[in-house]
Design a protein around this ligand. Structure first.
Ligand SMILES: *[C@@H]1O[C@H](CO)[C@@H](O)[C@H](O)[C@H]1NC(C)=O
Ligand SMILES: *[C@@H]1O[C@H](CO)[C@@H](O)[C@H](O)[C@H]1NC(C)=O
Ligand SMILES: *[C@@H]1O[C@H](CO)[C@@H](O)[C@H](O)[C@H]1NC(C)=O
Length: 244
C-alpha cells in the first residue's frame, strides 16, 4: 500500500514528462503511456469508422475513427491525445504494434461534447488475421491525467484486394444497368428513325403479308378470314404492278 501511494504521483509525473517528450517529438520516453493507463474520468464516448463499417481493415491502409466525447464531470477536461495498439486477439498482453499518438489539447466543458478524429495505420506487412485493437483517449483534469479506452475489440485485417468491395460492385451494377438502358434507348431511337424504317421497313411488311397467308386454321370462316383473303388478293394484284 505504501508502495502504491508513493508510486501514483511519480507515475503521473512520468506521464506528464512522457507527454511533454512526445509533444516535443524528441527522445523515446521511458514509460510508454499504454503500459499503465491512468484512471478513467467521467466521460461517455461513442465512435464510428467512416470508411470501414464492417471493421475489416486492410494492411497498409490508414483507418480513420471518429470519437465523440461527452464530458459528464463538473470540471473541464483537456483532451490531450489518443493512442492505440494492435494486440493478439487471444492474448491481449502480446502487443504487435503501437499506433502513433495524436495530440489534440482541446477543452471539453461539462455537459458539452466534442468529436475528434484519429487515424491509425495497420502495418503494411501485417499477416491477415484477427487482432485486438485498443484505442485510448487521454485527458487532463485539475488533478491529473485520466484515460478511457473507448474501443477494445477484435477486428480483422485483410490483405489489400482481399476485401469484397461492395461499393465497387454496386458501382459496376449501376454502370452495367446504364449501359443496357442506353443501348435500349439507342435501339428505340434507331427503330423509330426514318432511315431504319426505309431500310428494314419493306422487308418487315413482306414478312407480315406472308404471315397472313400462313395463318392458322382457327380464323377460317370468320369475318377476319374474309378480310384477310381480300387483303391478300389485293397484295397479289399490287405486287406484279410494282415489278413492271
Ligand atoms: C508499445 O506499448 C506497450 C504498452 O502497451 C509498451 O510496453 C511498449 O514499450 C510500446 N512499444 C513501443 C515500441 O513504443
Ligand atoms: C491543454 O493541455 C495542454 C498540455 O498540458 C496545454 O498546453 C494546454 O494549454 C491546455 N489547454 C488549455 C486550454 O488549458
Ligand atoms: C482490452 O480487452 C482485453 C480483454 O479482451 C483486456 O484484457 C484488456 O485489458 C483491455 N485493454 C484495455 C486497454 O482496456
Amino acid at each position: 500500500m505504501a508502495h502504491r501511494s508513493l508510486y501514483r504521483p511519480l507515475f503521473v509525473l512520468g506521464l506528464v514528462a512522457c507527454c511533454a517528450a512526445y509533444a516535443a517529438a524528441q527522445d523515446t520516453p521511458r514509460a510508454h503511456p499504454l503500459t499503465n493507463l491512468p484512471p478513467a474520468g467521467e466521460i461517455s464516448t461513442g465512435y464510428f469508422f467512416p470508411g470501414y463499417p464492417t471493421r475489416q481493415f486492410i494492411a497498409g491502409e490508414p483507418v480513420k475513427v471518429v470519437l465523440g466525447v461527452r464530458n459528464e464531470a463538473s470540471e473541464n477536461y483537456n483532451i490531450s491525445m489518443i493512442m492505440g495498439s494492435l494486440n493478439n486477439a487471444q492474448e491481449f498482453r502480446a502487443y504487435y504494434w503501437n499506433f502513433t499518438q495524436q495530440l489534440y489539447f482541446q477543452i471539453v466543458e461539462p455537459s458539452k461534447e466534442l468529436s475528434v478524429e484519429y487515424t491509425f495505420l495497420p502495418p503494411k506487412d501485417l499477416p491477415p488475421n484477427d487482432y485486438q485493437v485498443a484505442l485510448t483517449v487521454f485527458y487532463e483534469a485539475a488533478d491529473g491525467f485520466k484515460s478511457t479506452t473507448f474501443f477494445n475489440q477484435t477486428i480483422t485485417v485483410l490483405e489489400k484486394g482481399q476485401l469484397i468491395d461492395w461499393k465497387l460492385i454496386f458501382l459496376y451494377a449501376i454502370f452495367i444497368g446504364l449501359v443496357f438502358a442506353g443501348a435500349y434507348f439507342a435501339w428505340s431511337a434507331v427503330k423509330e428513325s426514318p432511315i431504319y424504317k426505309n431500310v428494314v421497313g419493306k422487308r418487315t411488311r413482306k414478312v407480315e403479308v406472308s404471315r397472313a397467308y400462313n395463318d392458322d386454321e382457327w380464323v377460317k370462316g370468320t369475318p377476319y378470314d374474309n378480310f384477310r383473303k381480300k387483303k391478300a388478293a389485293a397484295a397479289n394484284k399490287g405486287s406484279p404492278k410494282k415489278g413492271q
